[in-house]
Design a protein around this ligand. Sequence first.
Ligand code: ASP
Length: 493
Amino acid sequence: MTKLALHWQIAIGMAIGASLGISLNIFGGTRTTVVQAEQLPSTLTALTIQDSPNHITIDWTTVSGEERSAVVDGTRKTPGAAATVDELQHTQPDAASWFHRFGRSTSRTVGEAAQHVGNLFLRLLQMVAVPLIITSLICGITGLGDAASLGGMFLRTILYYVCTSAAAITIGLVAVNIFQPGITDNAASPVGGPEPGGQSLGTLLFEQVERMIPTNPVAAIADSHFLSIISFTLAFSIFAVIVGGKTLSAVRAAAEAGFEVMMAMTMAIIALAPLGVLCLMLFVTATQGPAVFASLFWYLLTVIAALMTHALIVLPLILKFVARRDPIAYAKALSPALLTAFSSASSNGTLPLTMACVENRAGVDNRVSSFVLPLGATINMDGTALYEAVAVLFIGQLYHGAVLPLEQQLIVAITALLASIGAAGIPHAGLVMMIVILQAVGLPIEMQGIILAVDRVLDMFRTSVNVWSDSCGCAVVEALEQRSKAMKPATTT
Ligand code: ASP
């Protein structure tokens, strides 16, 4: 019997996880628990917990007769409510622990168990990420031969990042102006004024520059600070090339040996992707449920339609006409990475898989992929940039009841680009960076609460687009490198 191709295995895992999770959510997503007297904590005389996918209410009466309650509301429409159970853990730890002990619905219990198993898969990927990046980058740079070709590749890579991110933001702006998802939805009411304080964009960007100069490279490796690791490894490799001779050969040989082992480990972990993806999908669908999407339907549709336009039209066209590659074959080669990015919502987490797919399945030269991918996972985020622009303009439409003026949209576009560069490749990082854009155009940051409930699902889509763009970047930069090399003898003779 022939073995099913890996991307089919992952797609099937994803479908099984999603259908199990949705069924669980529909049939076991809500639960009301009245805790029996004999089980009650000694400080209470009554405790009732209601759990539903995006709303948890915990009511209790203390021995002194005081009636109290705690609410978790994923949409943050309930004043004073926590947005997540984790947040409740900080604000009202007792209520959170009672909820965990007595009140979780079946779908939440199963979903969280699946999350633990799915996280094991992500941990495996995280385990190989740093050594893989370091060895791969050293192999790539020392293999380039001279600093001039590195400079050329660097410029082409940055040019690709900026052009595709700008295209993504433009698509987002056009979509949000056509669909106007915030104008038809009157459910949200304006709350408060712009929040003062917080970090300015300048400060945030300067922090990124600081990160590029780690005071202690070993600590940067221990803390997985990707930008610090990349810049130090880059500097180390360049100086190895400058020193040259035996030293360069020794450095290259060691890095190549390490890289080979790390790649073999990564390929072994890939075999677990179907199971990991199944568990992660089960977790998201079992805990979120379909109901939450109804209220934000137009907003969801706008973001997804814009992301799809970028991923299925713009990037394939670039791939076809600049890289001269067949977009469908390239997407097939990348599918394990794209599906893992979708279910994990982390481009950093997916990086080892992306590297393995780009090199082993799509046949891109390691010298290009080892440079373009780690840098791209950190700073090139088309999906995030597009998402930031749409989300902020949606909030603006809700807040003002009108489309934001063109100058404000331009500020959103520029800050969205910078915010996407600053965002880390981890789940929900885009949401954190959005605060900067909201502040830049004077929108209240609490209004972010409205889109919180659907952030995870949009994160899955935008992360896949981020990874897809990085991967297409490899093919594009490789093609440009080859063309510039082919032209050199003609110009120099
Ligand atoms: N989760 C995204 C990524 O890892 C970042 C974001 O939140 O937009 O690429």
